[in-house]
Write a protein that binds this ligand. Structure first.
Ligand SMILES: [Fe+2]
Length: 431
């Protein structure tokens, strides 16, 4: 039987194609001139990688210019894993030998495809794979798929986690893309740390009870829930002046952060999608291919943790009851006060006002992917809903553009064929 992660919206496409002059319904804003790239798993024809997260990476790209959709193309990220090189060999792990399937970003002139247990791969303007990137030999750990660019400095903050000590290492690129800092962070063990956060003065760690299990290697993804690990959020001074302050929280898992910021009292406020333990376990079995009814994938809900580095106090509150994932913001607000968070809830795009608690939705009528915010006036510093949301509605072979202010559809680009549901992507304006 075909595995669940090879069926329906997740079914891979068999090849790489190109299309030009794509049909557009509505009006594409001329300011949308650049490329939208999105990464996701796409196993090779005939392959069953054993887990949704383990398929070879494929990038789908759409080129927009002056109100036209110039091209679509899709390309596998040709990592050494695709050449059959083993991730775990006799010499240890090879950080270039993993499917690179999770995100694609641009920083300091480089386009990087990312997967959290491995090295990034640099991607060219036609989506061709240029090769692994270790920043001139300086990066000796993996690199998270969710780095954070500081909009004030242009620095890129990220981390790498490993199966053996050091389990967690913080890294920083300067605005020119040079790796200028690597700092080991002490944690009790190797966990699946998918995301993190930064604020003006801190890095925020998610040390949560989904642990690496050597016994699961070769069986999909080698991670499982562990009641004994505990759950902690860590607040680490960015400047290295002082230790990490850890806050015990109710056990949960967080794949994705919306944003973090500091409030007027100096507390760290973290908005993220929280998965309760039972829900995480069911979701994890489901995306690993389990088909029994208990292996259901209901998802998580937007929560807020408020952490006080001065007192050690932590509070947790549920912002909304909807089941959501893929939270996004205006990236110009990363680590700073933001007003809006966007997310995907089934067949809807949700827009939260995290200041007032209000929300609104747009029903797409099919499952949209992550909605990426593009500011209408990138230099003018407008509101964080003055712009557009770009999302691939894969089953409808569509790139949908919504007005971020009221979620009304602005334009729809017809893609040449369906796009498998995937993970994360970025808008890359022309420079
Ligand atoms: Fe992610």
């Amino acid at each position: 039987m075909t595995a669940t992660y090879l069926q329906g919206d997740l079914a891979p496409v068999p090849d790489e194609i190109d299309a030009v002059d794509l049909p557009v319904t509505g009006t594409l804003p001329p300011a949308l001139t650049g490329r939208y790239l999105r990464n996701g798993p796409n196993p090779l024809p005939g392959q069953d990688p054993g887990h949704w997260f383990a398929g070879e990476g494929m990038i789908h790209g759409v080129r927009l210019r002056d109100g036209r959709a110039e091209w679509y193309r899709n390309r596998w990220v040709r990592s050494r894993h695709m050449d059959g090189v083993p991730f775990v060999g006799t010499d240890g792990v090879d950080l270039t030998a993993l499917p690179v399937n999770t995100h694609v970003i641009r920083h300091a002139g480089r386009t990087l495809a990312l997967v959290e247990q491995g090295l990034p791969y640099e991607i060219g303007g036609e989506l061709q794979t240029l090769g692994p990137c270790d920043f001139g030999g300086r990066l000796t750990t993996a690199m998270t798929a969710h780095p954070k660019e500081d909009p004030r400095t242009g620095e890129l903050h990220f981390f790498g986690y490993g199966f053996a000590p050091p389990y967690l290492t913080y890294h920083r690129l300067d605005a020119a893309g040079e790796l200028v800092e690597s700092r080991v962070v002490e944690v009790p063990g190797s966990t699946m740390m998918h995301d993190f956060a930064v604020t003006e003065h801190y890095v925020v760690w998610l040390d949560l009870p989904v642990v690496f299990d050597l016994g699961l290697l070769g069986d999909g993804m080698p991670y499982r829930w562990d009641d004994g690990y505990g759950a902690r959020l860590g607040v680490m001074p960015r400047d290295g002046d002082g230790p990490v302050r850890w806050f015990e929280i109710d056990p949960c898992y967080v794949f994705h952060v919306g944003n973090a910021r500091e409030d007027a009292a100096g507390r760290v406020v973290l908005d993220a999608v929280r998965h309760a333990p039972d829900r995480f376990t069911r979701l994890w079995r489901r995306i690993g291919g389990a088909t029994d009814p208990a292996a259901h994938a209901p998802g998580g809900a937007l929560h807020r943790w408020t952490l006080d580095p001065a007192t050690g106090a932590v509070t947790e509150e549920r912002i909304d009851d909807r089941t959501v994932e893929f939270p996004t913001i205006d990236d110009r607000r990363t680590g700073l006060p933001n007003r809006h968070v966007y997310a995907v809830a089934g067949e809807e795009i949700v827009k939260y006002d995290v200041v007032t608690g209000a929300s609104r939705t747009h029903r797409v009528g099919a499952s949209p992917g992550e909605a990426v915010f593009v500011p209408a006036d990138p230099e003018a510093g407008g509101d964080d809903d003055h712009g557009w949301l770009l999302t691939i509605v894969g089953s409808r072979a569509e790139l949908l553009v919504l007005d971020a202010a009221d979620l009304s559809p602005v334009a729809s680009v017809r893609l040449p064929r369906r796009v498998p549901a995937g993970f994360h992507g970025s808008w890359m304006p022309d420079e």
